[in-house]
Design a protein around this ligand. Sequence first.
Ligand code: FEO
Length: 164
Amino acid sequence: MLSQKVVGKLNEHINLEFYSSNLYLQMSAWCEIKGLDGCAAFLRLQAREELGHMHKLFKYVYETGSLPVLGDIAAPPVEYVSISDLFNKVYDHECHITREINALLNASAKEGDLSTVNFLQWYVAEQHEEEHRIQQVLDKIRIIGESDTGVFFIDRAVGGMIRK
Ligand code: FEO
């Protein structure tokens, strides 16, 4: 049995994961249009993973006898200046999600809701992994550089990072 406060915050986070999925799917379209197949595939996979995060929360809420509620989801940005601009925005977004997960976990702990605290540990570990993965992409962009040929090699390197 979850408190109403925790249910409200979990529902807010369900929407945030949905937004993350839409954000990365929209970013993948920008990459496709620019001929960056590797980056597009990487972001499509990221979008699918975010949907998985959303479904995991959705299931947790109804399994505890509460009602998951979907709200409005904002439209993501469409245009990016460069590949580094795009991935810097991915990184900033992941840091934002990490802060939100931490706040959700702290709020659950304050309510004495140890089940939710335990459930959210998976998200804490996942955020660590995602921030690290995007940092690796940014490192590759910095090392290779964004000349015309550099962008070709960045795309190949990012495509090669896709988890099988
Ligand atoms: Fe589900 Fe990348 O946060």
